[in-house]
Design a protein around this ligand. Structure first.
Ligand code: FE2
Ligand code: ZN
Length: 319
């Protein structure tokens, strides 16, 4: 095992090499080790613009080690925002047990960062590439809000198709659990391809992944993404723009309606590339007199400046 690790990272196992990378601010080493700075109590990527003295720096192989030793992520190079590797691995290593618990409790859960800056930029850049979309919706025309969105056709970028397929596999057991608790039949197959056949048989065969674009003054009224009787009860959204940098305002807002109660409002703090999973419509909540249905709606508050792009992935197709 040790030998194999050495083959993968032949250049990062000695402190002299590591310090060389830090001194050069070599981004090629980002993710391969982290430097902890004793004087400031933060840990950094090798590429950090900070200039610590050698005697104050120690190295660790993982972020978990740095945090266990009491170091906080540097605010300048944001080691906590670093992602790399295949999308499949990022999805596999998300905290699915925690996600399931928060989805059960609140109807939504952050999945952490799933897309890199480059991947976000590529999706935004592709917004005007007509060949990959089946339609454009100007929200004002339908009373949905202000702003617009485009539904992908079956030529959506590979990353969108892969996300939809792989995240579905993580969520379908939870969706089946919700159905059972609501007294309905568990009906979501393990593979997304098989679920799309069920959608098609119900007359829902048009892809629903979409990119939403909001400019200054735009917003999205509270709604549910239902496209017919066939519904997969959880969906995801990924913020593609950076709050506070690319845009101001534009919070992801949800309301939850419990029978005989006023609505509860919730705001999900998201950074660029972060994903959120949320209930599309109803979820079961255990009460004193059995299980009842809690309804969720979601929307986006007004964007005060800049442009905000978001990727939405809904797992059922549309009529
Ligand atoms: Fe939506
Ligand atoms: Zn730093």
């Amino acid at each position: 095992m040790t030998a194999a690790l050495k083959l993968v990272h032949p250049l990062t196992d000695d402190d002299e090499t590591r310090w060389g990378a830090v001194a050069r601010r070599d981004a090629a080493f980002d993710g391969r080790f982290w430097s902890c700075v004793k004087t400031t109590g933060v840990y950094c990527r090798p590429s950090c613009a900070g200039r610590p003295h050698r005697e104050n720096v120690s190295f660790v192989a993982t972020r978990a080690e740095a945090e266990a030793a009491g170091y906080r992520p540097c605010k300048r190079c944001r080691p906590d925002r670093f992602i790399a590797g295949a999308l499949a691995d990022r999805i596999d290593t998300a905290d699915w047990a925690g996600v399931r618990q928060r989805l059960d409790g609140d109807g939504w859960a952050r999945l952490g960062r799933l897309l890199s800056d480059e991947e976000c930029a590529a999706l935004i850049e592709g917004y005007e590439r007509d060949a990959q979309y089946r339609s454009r919706v100007i929200m004002r025309r339908h009373g949905f809000g202000e702003g617009e969105y485009r539904y992908f056709n079956d030529r959506a970028p590979a990353i969108v198709r892969e996300l939809r397929m792989r995240v579905y596999e993580k969520l379908s057991p939870l969706a089946n659990g919700w159905m059972r608790r609501l007294g309905a039949e568990a009906r979501y197959p393990a593979q997304h391809g098989d679920y799309l056949k069920i959608c098609a048989a119900a007359g829902q065969a048009r892809p629903t992944p979409l990119i939403l674009k909001y400019g200054s003054g735009d917003y999205n009224r509270l709604h549910q993404d239902l496209y017919g009787g066939e519904v997969f009860p959880i969906q995801i959204a990924i913020l593609l723009s950076a709050p506070g940098k690319d845009f101001e305002g534009g919070e992801f807002v949800m309301t939850e309606q419990t029978p005989r109660r006023q609505s509860r409002a919730m705001v999900a703090p998201l950074e660029k590339g972060d994903a959120i999973a949320l209930a599309v419509n109803e979820r079961p909540v255990a009460g004193a007199r059995g299980v009842y249905r809690v309804k969720m709606r979601h929307g986006v508050s007004e964007v005060r400046a800049g442009a905000r792009y978001c990727l939405g992935v809904i797992f059922h197709d549309a009529m």
